[in-house]
Design a protein around this ligand. Sequence first.
Ligand code: MN
Length: 240
Amino acid sequence: MAAPVIGVTTSRMLNKQGLPAIYVMEAYVQAVAQAGGAPLLVPLGLGEQELQGIVARLDGVLLTGGGDIDPQQYMADGHPRVSEVDQDRDRVEIRLFKDVLQARLPFLGICRGLQLVNVALGGTLYTHITDQHRGALEHSFFPDWPRSHLAHTVQVEQGSWLASILGEQAIQVNSLHHQGVHKLAPGLQVSACAPDGLVEAIELSGHPFGLAVQWHPEWLLNQAGMRSLFRAFVEAAADG
Ligand code: MN
């Protein structure tokens, strides 16, 4: 059987000549490939019809990390620490995610990907956790730490999809984010939290496979649970 094709969302940067380029961190691509998926990058700058044409050929979508979502997307004020906003990426990913929901394609969100799922479904974000979430731990081990640095524990909700995939109640994760879920969108369930109460994983029940995590499992593939997470996603895409 052919490997399921997993669309991987991308970021925009300026290359050394100052020209716009579209890229993704290779760790995402390798994590999908190791789990048995065929990763396919979904570029930015596309219209609705082109995105629909791509989604029609995908078996699942990985929503990757990256810069902050424009606070205007969730009716919040700006914050001096909001950075790397790309309104075209926000537009493309929200459109893509809505097509994914309609096509009932499995999705996995990572970091910004979790935030994108929450915003696309009508939730809001903390624009800067340390200023807005009482008693917050440090979540922003970026960019001066190894990406696999284990920053905090997360407690996994009993009975959640995530619990059944990980097979553990408490795990150690990395943390490379300064934003997080404030108001949870309707239809989403919290499937894991940090010790300070911050949402670290969400799932969309009633969807074939709809899961998102605030940490970066693609840098923690030495943990069996993180490999299981990618494998469960790719297997759901293969079943679709
Ligand atoms: Mn965290």
